[in-house]
Every structure is written in structure tokens, then in C-alpha cells.
Write a protein of this length. Structure first.
Length: 113
């Protein structure tokens, strides 16, 4: 079981801002997830993988794949109180779900690194 967070690299957010936005994505998709999958994910150690895209368009394509595959997801829209203008879409949380399901759909995404 794993959850992925997909971050827009083109925004050049600070490490702190990236961490905060990733937390919003994590909790947002967690709240939309099936209780049985949440329980299994929690028992398996709550794995989270942080991946990257280079544009809003790429992020929205990833979200479309999540929706088409019926995966819980949460798109983070920043309030604009610190580094970014209001309504900037920053990242996307997907899952938790089975490793095989996540890996099959999102295998081409790269680690944020």
C-alpha cells in the first residue's frame, strides 16, 4: 500500500512550502479514501512517495488518470498567503491504494528529488 504526492516543480516552491503543500495533499486524499484501504495502509507503515511534474497541464493529466482509475485524489489549491498567488494549484495527492495499482498507472513519473 502506498500514497503518492505529485508536486509541480515549475513553481520553484521552497522546501518548507513544498512540505506544507504535500501535507495538504496527503490529508486531502486520505480523507477521500476507503476505510479498509486506509486501515491496510496504516498497518503497512503509511508509505508516501513524492513525485514531480513540470507544469499544471501535466498535473491535471495525472489527476485525470487517477479519476479514470477511480483512485481517491485531492488537488491542492494554495490560498496565496505566503509564496504563491492565490488559487495556484501546487500538488496532487493520490491514494492510498495497492502498490501494484499505483505503480501500473504512474510508473513513468519521476521522484521529486
Amino acid at each position: 500500500m502506498k500514497q503518492i504526492i505529485v508536486v509541480r516543480r515549475d513553481l520553484k516552491m521552497s522546501k518548507g512550502k513544498t512540505a506544507a503543500q504535500s501535507c495538504h495533499a496527503c490529508l486531502g486524499s486520505y480523507k477521500k479514501s476507503d476505510k479498509e484501504k486506509i486501515q491496510k495502509w496504516e498497518n503497512d507503515g503509511q508509505a508516501k512517495i513524492i513525485l514531480r511534474v513540470d507544469s499544471l497541464e501535466e498535473l491535471l493529466k495525472v489527476q485525470k488518470l487517477a479519476i479514470l482509475n477511480k483512485l481517491p485524489n485531492y488537488l491542492v489549491v494554495d490560498q496565496g498567503k505566503t509564496e504563491l498567488p492565490p488559487s495556484t494549484v501546487t500538488c496532487l495527492g493520490i491514494g492510498p491504494d495497492e502498490d501494484l495499482v499505483i505503480d501500473k498507472i504512474f510508473k513513468d513519473l519521476k521522484l521529486l528529488g
